[in-house]
Design a protein around this ligand. Structure first.
Ligand code: ZN
Ligand code: FE
Ligand code: FE
Ligand code: ZN
Length: 267
């Protein structure tokens, strides 16, 4: 069973279930390793403007880590990694770097969820797509992902074509953007994530698209896998399809992390 490195918990304010429940499902499904990657506190905003329904408060972070440590000790036979999902906000790199180096994360998933302040993956803000030029949006999005890949902050780029989430598809040929982005990941020495949450939203397709994933493979960008579960029953969601997707792109191995160092495991 592939390791699921992208699990959220009720701590983030928009997921349900505590860590024990995610672990129970992981065990039931026969996983040998998982990683929690809850949303990082909204470091780019002053504390008073942070939305408790989007991420945990900063005071919660030590408790998050302590919970993972306790569960690691209590769960022999299941490897539990300590991850975090961190938003990439251009201009706030130093704040994020300072925050991340204070804690002993095994890995950091880097995510682009905002374009110029618009949370484009937020279902409440989906109307904004109709006011935008979708091709232009894809250009902006992939440019931001490339910047994130080169920022030296992240181990993995999460859901690398999240911009397709609500089914707004570019009219232009995306090949060049995909290739530039795959190259940025290789040059920035980051992995990309095969994320099955795309199957559960209007996009109806794993992140990233197979064409993009093939280019990542060509540029020798390593991969991780994640369900992005926000409910316990979604642990390892779509795992057979994730494996097929990886094999179709030519991958034969994936990576996990310990103290931010990669470990390669066969697919
Ligand atoms: Zn979330
Ligand atoms: Fe995300
Ligand atoms: Fe997530
Ligand atoms: Zn995510």
């Amino acid at each position: 069973m592939l390791p699921d490195l992208h699990l959220h918990t009720s701590r983030c304010g928009h997921a349900t279930g505590d860590m024990e429940e995610y672990i129970a499902v992981a065990r039931y499904r026969g996983l040998k390793s998982i990683g929690f990657a809850d949303h990082v506190p909204m470091y780019w905003l002053p504390p008073g403007e942070r939305d408790p329904a989007l991420a945990m408060a900063e005071e919660e972070l030590p408790r998050y880590i302590e919970s993972v440590r306790r569960l690691q000790r209590a769960n022999t036979g299941l490897t539990i990694y300590l991850g975090i999902e961190a938003d990439y906000i251009p201009g706030c790199e130093d704040q994020l770097r300072t925050l991340l180096c204070r804690y002993p994360f095994d890995y950091v998933l880097g995510s682009v969820h905002y374009l110029g302040g618009w949370g484009f993956d937020n279902p409440d803000l989906v109307q904004e797509y109709t006011r935008r030029d979708v091709d232009e949006l894809y250009r902006q999005y992939f440019q931001m992902v490339q910047q994130a890949a080169r920022a030296g902050l992240f181990d993995v780029i999460a859901h690398p074509d999240l911009i397709k989430k609500f089914g707004y598809r570019a009219r232009m040929d995306l090949r060049e953007l995909y290739e530039e982005t795959a190259r940025a990941c290789a040059e920035g020495d980051v992995c990309i994530e095969v994320n099955t949450a795309g199957l559960r939203v209007p996009a109806g397709e794993i992140y990233p698209s197979l064409d993009f994933l093939k280019l990542c493979r060509r540029y020798q960008v390593p991969v991780t896998v994640g369900s992005d579960a926000h409910q316990p029953h979604l642990v390892a969601y779509g795992w057979d399809r994730a494996r097929d997707w990886l094999l179709a792109a030519g991958y034969r191995e994936l990576v996990v992390f310990r103290e931010r160092r990669r470990e390669v495991i066969p697919l």
